[in-house]
Write a protein that binds this ligand. Structure first.
Ligand code: FAD
Length: 335
């Protein structure tokens, strides 16, 4: 039954992609009213709100991850689902394009898609969420990021992390690395509690270390309180930037992390990198030195007022689902 649903879903997506391909061609002739990049909570909410507010205007939503809009159950280390699924969006008249936006041509008002197609827009709304920024940590290369998945909004990495934890030796050591500036502090705390709870249940002889590069976080106390409340007894240590939590160098192939508190060896590392606005927003020149997109109260970019930024990518976003949805819904009032 689940397989059938899955098949139907992907068949639906293919049909949608073909439809949207046609819409893209029309768009070149007539110009699409609104194009939204990103089908997470912010982008999906904006698409529905725009259709409701202006039923005569076409809305096109581009999402690269088919799971995001599908009937897929959430598993551990996944971020929350987008909310409205593909059929809800379709019923509301939103055209969904399953593709990856690779670039943006401001002069021609066009998006360049991974498939090679181009999509013209009249108004552009970007809701690409977050993505890891480069960090000057020696050894933190593409191989290290593969071996030590962040699983921070990436379903494939979440699967890899689950598999690595399932294969952990009985007395293994798990490290969760958190960057100095946390994009989603509550999700970071949730991740630490989730791992500690899993280890308590499945590997009572294992050890867990959190390396938080931040200097003054209260997360470690909240972590302790949560574990106590749940009766979780995993051997765990939370280091901050003041107590050796800063990672200076890594050797992922040998499971080694050099910190300012000494050398650590780990069997599984969940290495959460420093986050900024989704890559396409940064590539399009919409972020400032912080890596986030500065916007006005309505979400309009302070760098390029012709673009609206929604959800987590905004510089002052609260970065939880309710705030992302609110930013999407609000957009209909002024677009
Ligand atoms: C691990 C984790 C756990 C979390 N847990 C919670 C929680 O329990 N409760 C809570 O309220 N919040 C939680 N959050 C925060 C919440 O997930 C976000 O605030 C929310 O998803 C932001 O919505 P968004 O639409 O801005 O971005 P996202 O949800 O990140 O969606 C962005 C979408 O854009 C797509 N996209 C990006 N670039 C492109 C491109 N170039 N082309 C096409 N598509 C693109 C992505 O595939 C993605 O689907 C968590 C976050 C993380 C990382």
């Amino acid at each position: 039954m689940q397989d059938l649903n899955r098949r139907r879903f992907f068949a639906g997506l293919l049909a949608g992609t073909a439809l949207a391909g046609a819409a893209g061609i029309n768009a070149r002739a007539n110009r699409t009213q609104a194009v939204i990049v990103g089908g997470g909570p912010a982008g999906a909410a904006a698409a529905l709100a725009l259709r409701e507010a202006h039923p005569a205007n076409p809305v096109l939503l581009v999402e690269r991850d088919p799971r995001r809009l599908g009937p897929v159950e959430q598993a551990s280390f996944d971020r929350p689902s987008a909310g409205p699924d593909l059929s809800t969006l379709r019923r509301a008249g939103v055209e969904v394009v399953l593709d990856d936006v690779m670039g943006l041509d401001w002069r021609a008002a066009r998006l360049n898609l991974f498939s090679g197609r181009r999509l013209a827009f009249d108004s552009l709304l970007l809701a690409p969420g977050t993505a890891a920024l480069a960090e000057p940590i020696p050894g933190l290369d593409a191989v290290a990021r593969h071996l030590w998945p962040a699983a921070w909004g990436n379903a494939r990495e979440a699967r890899r992390l689950r598999a690595q934890l399932a294969a952990l030796p009985e007395d293994g050591h798990v490290v969760l690395r958190l960057p100095a500036e946390l994009s989603h502090p509550d999700a970071a705390l949730g991740r630490a509690v989730q791992i500690a709870t899993l280890l308590d249940r499945t590997r009572p002889d294992s050890r867990f270390t959190v390396l938080e590069a931040g200097m003054s976080s209260d997360l470690s106390q909240r972590f302790r309180r949560r574990l106590d409340a749940k009766g979780v007894r995993t051997r765990s240590e939370w280091r901050t930037g003041q107590t050796g939590g800063n990672v200076l160098r890594v050797d992922a192939r040998n499971g080694m992390l050099e910190t300012d508190g000494g050398l650590l060896r780990a069997d599984v590392v969940n290495f959460v990198g420093l986050q900024g606005a989704g890559t396409i927003a940064r590539a399009a020149g919409l972020s400032d030195a912080s890596g986030w997109c500065p916007v006005d109260a309505r979400g309009r970019s302070l760098i390029r007022p012709e673009a609206v930024i929604l959800g987590d990518a905004r510089k002052d976003a609260k970065r939880h689902v309710a705030d992302a949805v609110l930013s999407g819904r609000r957009v209909a009032a002024f677009t």
